[in-house]
Each structure stands twice: as C-alpha cells, then as structure tokens.
Design a protein around this ligand. Structure first.
Ligand code: CP
Ligand code: NVA
Length: 308
C-alpha cells in the first residue's frame, strides 16, 4: 500500500511508472464512450471515499469517473457535512473510514490534515490539493507535456504569477523528472524556499525572474494559474491583482517563448486576468488535454497506491 501525498515524497521510478501507465491506460481506451468500463477492472469490489473541503470540478469528476472505469465505487463527501467539520479528530476519522473504504482522496486546506489522515489511515490516502501542493495536477501536466513534445527531462518550464500550491508541485516535479524551471512573479509571491531548494538540490536549474518577457525566453512550456487561490483571503484580491497584472500570459508574451512552446493552466481560469482567451483558445494551448489527463494520470496513481 502506498500513499500519494506529494511528488517529492514519491520515488522518481514510481512517478515514471505512473506516467507510463497513465499513457497506456489512455491509449487502451482510445475512442471508447466515457461511461464504459476498462477491459481491466483492477478496482472491482473496492470503495473509494472522495472528501472535499473545498470546491472542485475536475478533481471530483475525474476521480469519480476513473474509479468507476476501473470497476470500483465511490462516495463523494463534503468535509462540512462530515463530523470532521464538527470537531471529530482527523485521526479518528481516518481510523473509522479505513474500516469502510479501500482508499481515501482528500482535498483540504492545511497540509497537516492530509498528513495526519495518512498517518492514521490503514488505506492509501491521495492528496487532491492542499493550500501547499497539488501533486495529481502536475502528474497530469507532465503526462500532457510528454504526449505533445516527448520527454520533459531537460526542458524549460516557466511558471507565471503566484508562487502557489500548483507552482510548488511543479517545482517538486522539476526535481524528480529533471527539468528546469523559471518562476516569473513578484517577490511578495515567491514560492517557498523549501520547494525551490528541493528542485535545486536534485540538480534542476531554478531561476527567479521579475521580468516576464525575459523569463519566457527559450521556454518549452508556459504555465499560469489563478491569481487568487481558494485558500487566499478575498480581501487580498485587489492587492494580488495589482502585483500580478504584469505577469498575464497574452499573445505578446507567448511570442517571446520558443515557437513550439505549449501553454498550460490547471483550470479553473479567469479569462483576461492571468491569461487571455486568445492564448487559452490559441495554437499553443493544451489546457483541455491537460484536464482530460487528470483522469488517466489519477487512474494510474490509484493503481499504484493499491498495488493493483
Ligand atoms: N485543476 C483542478 O484541480 O480543478 P478543480 O478545482 O476543478 O478540481
Ligand atoms: N491554485 C488554485 C488551484 C485550483 C485547482 C487553488 O488552490 O485555488
């Protein structure tokens, strides 16, 4: 049994295996209707709890569909409706859920909720996003990049905007998959030193750049995310927008990257804020392949967690 808590906590060989299996499982389904089961049913007879303490479209639907395609069943739980949201400890919740279900996916606020759940659960726990990281997203992003451009090793990824949870998992992936990354954003919103340090310690070139135009020079991939994350105070919205406006991904910025650079965004996007519609819907964008690959990458993650 394996937990999938973070990219830096998962062995690079396991990460590679997951990506390759995600690709293989995607190919095996090819043009099948989404509601049809896979030929292989590794989750037959298994129940997966999907817990959400924050809103979600992609994570919720892709996990639910993924489990069903592999023959399992799901229950989607909202944190506030559970006793978890009314004072029951995470440890007790983990022990109880382990008696009912075979795997737990949780989207929560504080990372300690995830790690405590994993510590006390007897079943695999998967990180469906915390305030600090979003590893399932970046597994799908690596898969998407490689699907379009081949191995990501040695490539240059440019993160634009807020050094947030998604950026953190990208930095972990830089270290584990061996690519370089430039962060283009204001100093007030730099990624945590721990995340940058992890990637640098593993030999990735990580550059912190204040000028977005300089940052994208030679970029193989440009990534954007919302300027105000779910865990950010709405009162900080205006300040964040003012700080981040120079980092908008628009046609002029993309034109300064490599001619075949890709554009990614984990979604949901705020069109004309962090990215223009012309880029989202333009020739460099792979955002909907990226969203689709959440399904395939997570199916491989779940199989790895259960060893099936
Ligand atoms: N990208 C992502 O995790 O989307 P949701 O918030 O819709 O799950
Ligand atoms: N950074 C965003 C990602 C959403 C999928 C958030 O945490 O709200």
């Amino acid at each position: 049994m394996n937990h999938f808590l973070d990219i830096h906590k998962t062995d690079p060989d396991a990460l590679r295996l997951i990506i390759d299996q995600g690709v293989a499982m995607k190919q095996a389904r090819a043009d099948r209707p989404k509601g049809t089961p896979d030929d292989e049913q590794p989750l037959a007879g298994r129940m997966v709890a999907l817990i959400f303490e924050k809103p979600s479209t992609r994570t919720r639907v892709s996990f639910d569909v993924g489990v069903r395609q592999m023959g399992g069943e799901t229950m989607v739980l909202s944190g506030s409706d559970m006793q978890l949201g009314h004072g029951e400890t995470i440890a007790d919740t983990a022990r109880v859920l382990s008696r009912y279900v075979d795997m737990i996916m949780i989207r929560t606020f504080d990372e300690s909720v995830l790690t405590e759940m994993a510590e006390y659960a007897d079943v695999p726990v998967i990180n469906g996003l915390t305030d600090r990281t979003h590893p399932c997203q970046i597994m799908a992003d690596v898969m998407t990049f490689e699907e379009h451009r081949g191995p990501i090793k040695g490539k240059k990824v440019v993160w634009t905007g807020d050094g947030n949870n998604v950026c953190a998992s990208f930095l972990h992936a830089a270290g584990q998959f061996g690519f370089d990354m430039t962060f283009a954003g204001p100093p007030q919103l730099d990624p945590e030193a721990e995340f940058v340090g992890f990637a640098r310690d593993r030999g990735s070139k990580i550059v912190i750049e204040r000028d977005a135009a300089k940052a994208v020079d030679g970029a193989d991939l440009i990534v954007a995310d919302t300027w105000v994350s779910m865990h950010d105070a709405q009162s900080a919205r205006e300040r964040r927008h003012n700080l981040l406006r120079p980092y908008q991904v628009n046609d002029a910025l993309v034109a300064k990257a490599k001619p075949d650079a890709l554009f990614m965004h984990c979604l949901p996007a705020h069109r004309e804020e962090e990215v223009t519609s012309s880029v989202m819907d333009g020739p460099h964008s792979v955002i909907f392949d990226e969203a689709e690959n959440r399904l395939h990458a997570q199916k491989a993650i779940m199989r790895w967690c259960l060893g099936v």
